[in-house]
Design a protein. Structure first.
Length: 65
């Protein structure tokens, strides 16, 4: 059996194609799509943290005494 050498690579989080390790995504549409995904995730987590803080505050203020 002959040895096969693979070049260093990683995969685009948007489309799954092999890309160079120095890149985050493919070029073009994947960059735009990945930017939107990251923005949506950021807003989701901000909302999640805000809702958690609000619930904790409500329990502390109005909870059982």
């Amino acid at each position: 059996m002959t040895g096969v050498t693979l070049i260093q690579h990683k995969h685009c989080p948007s489309c799954g194609k092999a890309i160079l390790p120095s890149r985050v995504t493919c070029e073009g549409e994947c960059e735009v799509k990945w930017g939107r995904i990251r923005s949506n995730r950021k807003w989701f987590w901000r909302g999640w943290v805000a809702a958690t803080i609000l619930i904790v505050m409500l329990v502390v203020v109005y909870g059982p005494r």
